[in-house]
Design a protein around this ligand. Structure first.
Ligand code: NAD
Ligand code: TDX
Length: 341
């Protein structure tokens, strides 16, 4: 008798990390899993990211909003998912400053609807993809899972809402919830609005690289494929009700990253442009992820390897990102950076 395949209900699968995760799952499990990708296709969701898997017999895509309780319920009833992994979010801090409402709706309320659907079905695990930003900024040392939450942007506050709501469903309803908090991801398929994806694509086009403030803000960089392996590892080996930090062990100031991008793309420092600081700009993020590492997970990529793969990918995949830098993107760019791209 053939073994029943495990069913993954993945939200936000057309975005950056979600699409990398779906590719990772098929590479790892092949035909042995069934993957449902549920995505609203906001500006950040791109079906092109999954072109190579869309004909698979063990893959289904549904266009939908995680706040659409009825549609979520219908799909749960039809497929009875084993695992729910919630990547769906409004994810860009700068956009949350100009337009916070969508962030609270998707990043907090959306999680509620998914938790409600999950509680009515016998799911084996609910993974809430949270972020290091829920801790806020840290001057020295690193955040552990025990650190307090002091989110400082509407984005991170919205994510903190979803993060703690998920935990409350573990405590109150025994829902098998795990929360992950990862540091800044970079890699293929990242919408060209975040630091590395924006700066690499701008550099390739000889456009300026707009650094906020003094360029000394620090982020901890995690290659997206390492994040994917961590999520799958946690799904299999983590414990219910727990939080797991997923770090890159790679702290860098923004100016340092910018110089590395210029070097990797063979461009001059004259492309650097100093611009007004981000409102409420967190100074430094740093994660202690010993809890996850002592469970047996390890990063595979050094920053040099991850960056080399990233720059190569954007260099070879202009067809993917060039069309994205048009229409609404250009309007956003102009209003945000105060100049044409
Ligand atoms: P992204 O913006 O690239 O993708 C988000 C995806 O969610 C898109 O495909 C979008 O269409 C979809 N989506 C948005 N609102 C939705 C809704 N209401 N219903 C259904 N789908 C919706 O984001 P990303 O960078 O891939 O981030 C994925 C997750 O990881 C997010 O939860 C984010 O908070 C978290 N995270 C990101 C990073 C990072 O560095 N990018 C780091 C830590 C955690
Ligand atoms: O044009 C820019 N210039 C600049 O100096 C941009 C887009 C960013 N920056 C700075 C701001 C930050 O200090 O670079 C740093 C990184 O910025 P982002 O790429 O926007 O990431 P960040 O704000 O750190 O948030 C990211 O990491 C945590 C993701 O976007 C979140 O989704 C994730 O939760």
């Amino acid at each position: 008798m053939s073994k029943k395949r495990e069913v993954y209900f993945i939200t936000g699968g057309c975005g950056f990390i979600g699409s990398n995760f779906i590719h990772y799952l098929f590479e790892l499990h092949g035909q042995n899993v069934f993957v449902i990708n549920y995505d609203k296709l906001t500006y950040a969701g791109n079906p092109e990211n999954l072109k190579s898997v869309e004909e698979r017999e063990n893959y289904r895509f549904y266009k939908g909003d995680i706040c659409d309780q009825e549609l979520v319920e219908r799909i749960f009833n039809q497929y009875q998912p084993d695992y729910v992994i919630n990547f769906a979010a409004e994810s860009h801090v700068d956009r949350s400053i100009g337009n916070p409402e969508d962030f609270i709706r998707t990043d907090t309320l959306g999680v509620f609807y998914l938790l409600e659907a999950s509680r009515k079905h016998q799911i084996k695990r609910f993974i809430q993809i949270s972020t290091d930003e829920v801790y806020g900024s840290i001057q020295e040392g690193k955040f552990t899972e025990e650190s307090g939450l002091f989110p400082s942007s509407p984005y991170s506050a919205g994510k903190a809402g979803g993060d703690r709501l998920a935990y409350s469903y573990y405590v109150t309803y025994n829902l098998p919830v795990i929360v992950t908090r990862a540091s800044n991801n970079y890699g293929p398929y990242q919408y060209p609005e975040k630091l590395i994806s924006l700066f690499v694509t701008n550099a390739l086009d000889d456009k300026s690289l707009p650094i906020y403030g003094d360029g000394k803000n620090v982020r901890d960089w995690l290659f997206v494929k390492d994040h994917c392996s961590a999520v799958e590892f946690i799904l299999r080996n983590g414990n219910d009700g727990e939080i797991y930090n997923v770090g890159g062990n790679c702290e860098k100031e923004n100016l340092e990253i910018t110089r590395e991008i210029l070097k990797a793309t063979g461009k001059e420092e004259s492309l650097i442009k100093w611009v007004k600081d981000r409102a409420g700009h967190d100074r430094r993020y740093a994660l202690d992820d010993n809890k996850l590492v002592s469970l047996g997970w390890n990063r595979e990529y050094t920053f040099e390897q991850g960056m080399a793969e990233t720059v190569k990918w954007y260099t070879e995949n202009r067809k993917w990102w060039e069309p994205l830098k048009s229409g609404e993107y250009l309007e956003y760019y102009k209003s945000h950076y105060g100049e044409e791209l």
